[in-house]
Design a protein around this ligand. Structure first.
Ligand code: FES
Ligand SMILES: [Fe+2]
Length: 465
């Protein structure tokens, strides 16, 4: 049984860090998210390296909207709505391929890979030829807005959206650690795709800032000695940072300089040389001076990153890997996970192979971390559907005193050279920041939230809505 919640109260609670539990499995919330979050945000669809040659394409979705992301014959990247202009069939049914044209399977209309309609069977007899129905200027619907950053292709269903870089804001600074380790950028492999019976927000929040779960959820990985570093119990020495539309976590590194610290997590010297000429002095300072190594992160709404450095063989040697992942909502209780391996294009072949192995061991459909995480998320989601969840507000106030001030102060500019705000230790600053962006979107179609509730000491888990 679902009843319409008091949305003003829901959004007020979310902004307070008291999260109404039903938001993790609620049909009305899902419907509103489709319109207010995914209908207006920049959503990642593909990386340019997935479609390097003219005609290369992948088919990706933003919820139900299917898009062909294709490089046309002139080399331009197009994002075309995958719905035939005739009777609406999906024009491209394959997930990946290379084609100069797409021919609709239903009645055979065909389109060039820039979207232009070029072929109609029996054009003259059925439509009176060009005089009856001019093919010129007929084209598959382009995505309302397309923009890229470091080769990452995003779409926005709102044609009036702010430019991607404005949306990302200072998170673009951190994006470079994952997707620009050299002037050539990265290449992506995959994605692996699978579905989990969990709400999409849980993964997004977890990757944004949940260092707190590592020692418990992933205890077995530590116990079998998979990680020399990062050791789970050392997570509290790292930071969480938030900047613009995204935020993430870091590990504290042992004393050293930029090179020795990048060596420490397994990067070979030749890759470090390129990082040192590609990253700005400020970007280098976060690692070299401040001593933190970027780990997991999320950009609102549903694109996450991970950077980790496990042992991949019977040696003390660790190998870093990067993965991009997307939490694609299927319904209030189901998410399609897309997981890509990501590596610097100029990395040595041997590094690429071992890094891929490290990725597969930890993440992707066979990854050990993935299995641990999802067990929690599925369980949480199923309980969130019940009537008791509507009476519960989950406590997401870690790192705050009852009056809303922070338990530890943010790092000063001499301790953290990156933009945004960064805190050492456990806290849910990032999960709250992510859900505040969510609340800002959702508020567009609900009444404005009322004044904040009283002192946080009074906040109990019983939902007021
Ligand atoms: S629906 Fe595509 S040709 Fe008819
Ligand atoms: Fe995890």
């Amino acid at each position: 049984m679902t009843e319409t919640p008091d949305w003003a109260a829901v959004l007020r609670d979310v902004r307070e860090g008291m999260i109404p539990a039903h938001l993790y499995n609620d049909a009305e919330t899902h419907r509103r998210e489709a319109k207010e979050v995914f209908g207006r945000s920049w959503v990642f669809v593909a990386h340019e390296s997935e479609i390097p040659r003219p005609g290369d394409y992948v088919v990706r979705r933003v919820l139900e909207d299917s898009f062909i992301v294709v490089r046309d014959e002139g080399g331009a990247v197009r994002v075309l709505f995958n719905m035939c202009l005739h009777r609406g069939m999906q024009v491209c049914r394959a997930e990946i391929g290379n084609a100069s044209h797409f021919r609709c399977p239903y009645h055979g209309w065909s389109y060039r890979n820039d979207g232009r309609l070029v072929g109609l069977p029996f054009h003259r007899d059925a439509y009176g030829g060009e005089a009856g129905y001019a093919r010129q200027r007929q084209t598959l619907l382009p995505a309302p807005a397309v923009d890229t950053c470091n080769g990452l292709i995003f779409v926005n269903l709102d044609p009036n959206a702010v430019p991607l870089l404005d949306f990302l804001g200072d998170f673009a600074f951190y994006l470079d650690y994952y997707t620009r380790q050299s002037g050539s950028g990265v290449e992506l492999r995959g994605p692996q795709r699978w579905r989990i019976k969990a709400n999409w927000k849980i993964g997004a929040e977890n990757f944004a800032g949940d260092m707190y779960h590592t020692p418990y959820t992933h205890a077995s990985i530590v116990e079998i000695g998979l990680f020399r570093e990062p050791r789970a119990e050392r997570r509290k020495d790292g930071t969480t940072y938030w900047a613009g539309s995204g935020g993430g976590t870091t590990y504290k590194l042992p004393p050293g300089d930029l090179r020795s610290r990048l060596n420490y997590v397994g990067y070979p010297d030749e890759m470090i040389d390129r990082m040192m000429t590609t990253w700005s002095p400020r970007q280098q300072a976060v690692i070299g001076d401040d001593g933190f190594m970027i780990s997991a992160a999320t950009v609102f709404p549903n694109l996450s990153f991970v950077h980790n450095w496990p042992r991949v063989a019977e040696s003390e040697h660790v190998l870093p890997f990067i993965s991009l992942r997307q939490w694609q909502p299927v319904g209030p209780d189901e998410t399609e996970v897309l997981s890509w391996f990501c590596v610097d294009r100029e990395a040595p072949q041997r590094f690429k192979e071992l890094s891929y192995k490290a990725y597969l061991m930890c993440f992707g459909s066979t990854g050990m971390f993935e299995q641990d995480d999802v067990e929690n998320w599925v369980s949480l989601t199923s309980t969130a559907a019940g009537s008791m969840a509507r009476r519960l507000r989950l406590n997401s106030r870690m790192g705050l005193w009852p009056d809303g001030t922070t338990i530890v102060p943010p790092l000063g500019p001499d301790q953290w050279h990156g933009p945004g705000t960064s805190y050492v230790g456990y806290g849910e600053h990032n999960q709250r920041a992510l859900l505040r962006l969510w609340a800002d979107c959702m508020e567009r179609s609900v009444p404005a939230a009322g004044p904040p509730v009283g002192p946080a000491a009074d906040r109990d888990p019983v939902a007021s809505a």
